[in-house]
Design a protein around this ligand. Structure first.
Ligand SMILES: Nc1ncnc2c1ncn2[C@@H]1O[C@H](COP(=O)(O)OP(=O)(O)O)[C@@H](O)[C@H]1O
Ligand SMILES: [Mg+2]
Length: 349
């Protein structure tokens, strides 16, 4: 557990970067600090591993005031990942990752073996270990940065905008990878970003900060979206807020209707209706249009999953009907976007 108790950081030039921060990061969770540039995210993070010491107040890691622990000892238990990965350019990828185990006194052979395991853990092929950082893509470099931070198996991981320099598609992949890793490793992670979508996607709790080093709200993502504490938080979580919020509303209130089906491979007769093609297990395969042509696509959603999925399914379907399936992927029925929107309307207010 990491605790900030009334922590303030004022730099020599008079800038107050962090102002009376009170916050507890629970062990084994991913907590995200989010806010516009200059609001004090990095400064807050660096006070955990003593790259910066507070002007007043106390930072505790596992109940111990960090000022009472010498920085090298403290940092052995705290992994640190930064934007652009911060890799040593003149060392191979494998040696970059092996750096920390070597520093803690492991033999070169054992450290390299551990580094190879870590590359695999973060989803990189072993042969990349022989390359130099410049020979990797941005996304691969960030994975190496994560592997290096995990090398000493620290219970705490600090990540400062680790994915901000990679393009959005790669970034989503890295976010998924982090969530998968965390399910396995159960670290206490503090993750800094300026991107509210990223914060909502990966944070179990999210601290929204605003310029001047103030904490505006600290809450689970669903609560930020449904009950923003003030106008700043409301505008920061954005104008798509209503749509994002749907991710947290389940679709059980949307009643599904029957739809005409055609068995896969069966002859197609003309009809004025759209018909859903299903296989022998009743799993949807695509649509047949009224003119008897086959139309692939139309997204599925699982009954009871988020209502955003139901809406996406209806809006993206060529027939205008979103297809609901059960946990085994078998057809449960169909919904229209109108139906979904009516349910959303009825839940509002
Ligand atoms: N070493 C420093 N000396 C003076 N001011 C600083 C220093 N580091 C950061 N600041 C200022 O403190 C504020 C918070 O910075 P920072 O924590 O880096 O914000 P963020 O990570 O949210 O972008 C900013 O106004 C920044 O300019
Ligand atoms: Mg920063």
């Amino acid at each position: 557990m990491i605790e900030f108790r009334d922590v303030t950081k004022r730099f020599d030039d008079g800038t107050t970067a962090v102002n009376g921060l009170d916050l507890v990061v629970e062990a084994g969770t991913i907590t995200v600090f989010v806010g516009p540039s200059g609001c004090g995210k990095t400064t807050s993070l660096r006070m955990v591993n003593r790259m910066i010491d507070p002007t007043s107040g106390t930072v505790l890691v596992d109940g111990r005031d960090v000022l009472g622990v010498d920085p090298p000892t403290l940092r052995r238990g705290i992994g640190y990942v930064i934007q652009q990965a911060g890799l040593f350019p003149h060392r191979t990828v494998l040696d970059n990752v092996a750096t920390v185990p070597l520093l803690t006194g492991w033999t070169r052979r054992k450290a390299r073996q551990r580094a190879a395991e870590l590359l695999e853990l973060v989803g990189l092929p072993a042969e990349l270990g022989r390359r130099y950082p410049v020979q990797l893509s941005g996304g691969q470099q960030q994975r190496v940065g994560v592997a290096r931070a995990l090398a000493a198996d620290p219970p705490v991981l600090l990540m400062d905008e680790p994915f901000s320099a990679v393009d959005p598609v790669v970034r989503e992949g890295l976010q998924d990878e982090l969530l998968r890793l965390q399910a396995e490793l159960d670290k206490t992670i503090v993750f800094v970003t300026h991107d509210i979508d990223e914060a909502i996607r990966i944070g179990e709790k999210v601290a929204v900060m605003r310029t001047g080093g103030f904490l505006a709200q600290y809450a689970p993502p669903a609560e930020l979206l449904t009950r923003p504490a003030d106008d700043f938080v409301a505008s920061f979580v954005g104008k798509d807020r209503g749509y994002r919020r749907l991710s947290f509303v389940d679709s059980s209130g949307v009643e599904v209707a029957e739809v005409p089906t055609i068995a896969e491979g069966a002859p197609v007769e003309s009809s004025s209706d759209w018909r859903l093609v299903v296989d022998a297990d009743k799993r949807p395969q695509g649509w047949v249009a009224p003119d008897s042509s086959s139309v692939p696509g139309g997204s599925l959603y699982e009954v009871g999953a988020s209502i955003r999925g139901a809406l996406d399914a209806a809006l993206s379907s060529p027939s205008g009907l979103g297809v609901a399936v059960d946990a085994e992927g078998r057809l449960a029925g169909v919904v229209t976007a109108r139906q979904v929107l009516d349910v959303i309307e009825s839940r509002r207010g």
